[in-house]
Write a protein that binds this ligand. Structure first.
Ligand SMILES: [Zn+2]
Length: 499
């Protein structure tokens, strides 16, 4: 099976924040999980360089747009190391030679379907969102995302006949050919489509775009709307415009084509993008998986709100395992989640340092103390609740991740950890060591096998921690390595930074 998974490509008008790290880590887990199950996986991330917002941010800083874009896009790509990401490809839409030919091919394909036309247009435009709003969509006359007043814009632009695709979009969503999760988001899209679709503007004058972006093929006075340009990255990175084999393998004949998106860009991914693909005669994504937003100390995290949590600084201070674990273990499938440093450290201490770290340390220490570090033979008793828990866990993880539920997936792994800790308390190997050698070998054998199973189960979620657990529990020349603490304490400083 092939599995192609993408993140959205963010504007690079500022540095990355924790909200985007959530999406990257979720996509990374899906990619690592499918690889572990033996699928062929391609995981794409990238940056949306051609946004007008990048132009405005560069002008405000007094640097060239390309300079700002290069610097900030570099910061996004560099998240790979600190967050432990495994993307196979990273596209930068202003620089990647695959991108422009692909966007142009998509444009021409839709033009050949008769879906592109020019018309005069006036509307209310939010530069922050790079989209037009109807008065009814505004909140008190202001953009619902940014709280800013939109500009009144009048110009002649190219339009896409979205209105033509209402029935086909309803059909692909109802039939499940295009799966949108969670169900509430699917219903939101269905209601939006059913209410009637209006054609949307897909170009800007060269002047308003400040000369930045991809010119409309055959109409140099116009620049392609940045959303059209940006959405194209999911196929341009597969050589859609450059004639490589990747497009056929991962998109046309691919089994799963999965987009992870935040709720704020749902309409672009579940309505505009599928309609563009239908028009171009291309296959649709199979899954659009929607996450909600993070808040920090009760405030929305966004570049415009000022509440920015730097994921790299968090990793520097608390380690990648702590950050990934909080994002995966505490952020619910539906609803916003509030980030605080106290929650992150509490979760790390309880789950990783205490539950898992102590378990592995105890088990390995006992093998050293009572058996000189050499695990003995034991019987695998399938009726044992601990054995049953780790046998059932992979299926539970598969089901949870198929449902895009990272909290449920990590809970399935944690059931094994909890069951193993119960087993230690009930079997009491330290007493068996004085009374029953065979029972001691049996208990230590089952516990060590459980720790090895946890190492494997944890690999897609916490690749670094999983590798340490696995190494700690793997005999070298018949003997386990000396026990070492797997999860160092992350003490909070007495005075918070800046406090
Ligand atoms: Zn806006």
């Amino acid at each position: 099976m092939t599995y192609y998974v993408t993140t959205t490509i963010p504007y690079v008008n500022a540095s990355p924040h924790l909200g985007f790290a959530l999406e990257l880590v979720q996509a990374d887990v899906l990619a690592r999980h499918r690889r572990q199950r033996g699928d062929a996986v391609r995981f794409l991330s990238g940056t949306d360089d051609n946004s007008l917002k990048n132009v405005l941010a560069a002008a405000a800083e007094g640097v060239s747009t390309q300079e700002l874009v290069d610097r900030n896009a570099g910061a996004f790509e560099a998240l790979r190391g600190p967050l432990g990401l495994s993307f196979d490809d990273f596209i930068r839409t202003s620089r990647d030679p695959r991108h422009r030919p692909g966007v142009e091919r998509l444009w021409r394909a839709c033009a050949e379907s008769g879906d592109l036309y020019r018309k005069h247009y006036e509307g209310l435009y939010c530069v922050g969102c790079e989209q037009f709003y109807t008065p009814a969509e505004l909140a008190g006359g202001r953009c619902p995302e940014h709280g800013t007043e939109p500009q009144r814009v009048a110009e002649e632009n190219w339009f896409f006949r979205l209105s033509r695709y209402q029935d086909r979009l309803l059909d692909v969503i109802h039939s499940g050919r295009l799966r949108i999760e969670p169900a509430a988001r699917r219903n939101e899209v269905l209601a939006f489509v059913a209410a009637g679709l209006e054609d949307f503007s897909i170009s800007r004058s060269h002047t308003r775009a400040r000369g930045w972006g991809i010119p409309v093929p055959g109409d140099e006075g116009q620049v392609i709307y940045v959303w059209w340009d940006a959405l194209g990255n999911y196929v341009t990175s597969l050589d859609y415009g450059t004639g490589g084999a990747a497009y056929d393998r991962w998109w046309v004949r691919g089994d799963r084509r999965v987009h992870l998106v935040g709720k704020g860009v749902l309409r672009f991914h579940a309505v505009y993008w599928p309609a563009m693909l239908l028009s171009a005669g291309a296959p649709l994504p199979t899954d659009v998986l929607v996450h909600d937003y993070l808040t920090a100390e009760g405030q929305k995290i966004s570049k415009s709100s000022g509440a920015v949590v730097d994921p790299v600084a968090l990793v520097d201070r608390f380690g990648v395992d702590a950050v990934r674990w909080w994002l995966l273990r505490e952020v619910p499938r539906v609803g916003d989640a509030d980030f605080t440093v106290a929650r992150l450290t509490a979760r790390y201490e309880r789950d990783l340092a205490n539950d898992l770290g102590n378990l592995v340390h105890r088990v390995v220490s006992m093998v050293h103390r009572y058996r000189g570090g050499t695990p003995r033979r034991y019987q695998m008793n399938e009726g044992d609740p601990l054995v049953a828990a780790w046998r059932a866990a992979p299926g539970r993880v598969d089901a949870a991740l198929a449902d895009f539920d990272f909290r449920l997936a990590t809970a399935a792994v944690w059931q094994v950890v909890e069951e193993a800790n119960r087993y230690v308390e009930e079997a009491r190997p330290w007493q068996l060591a004085r009374s029953d050698a065979a029972a001691l070998d049996q208990a230590l054998g089952v516990l060590l096998a459980a720790c090895q199973a946890v190492g494997e189960l944890l690999a897609p979620f916490l690749p670094e921690a999983a590798a340490r657990v696995t190494a700690q529990c793997a005999p070298v020349d018949g003997r386990l390595p000396e026990p070492r603490p797997l999860f160092p304490r992350v003490d909070e400083p007495a005075v918070p930074p800046g406090g």
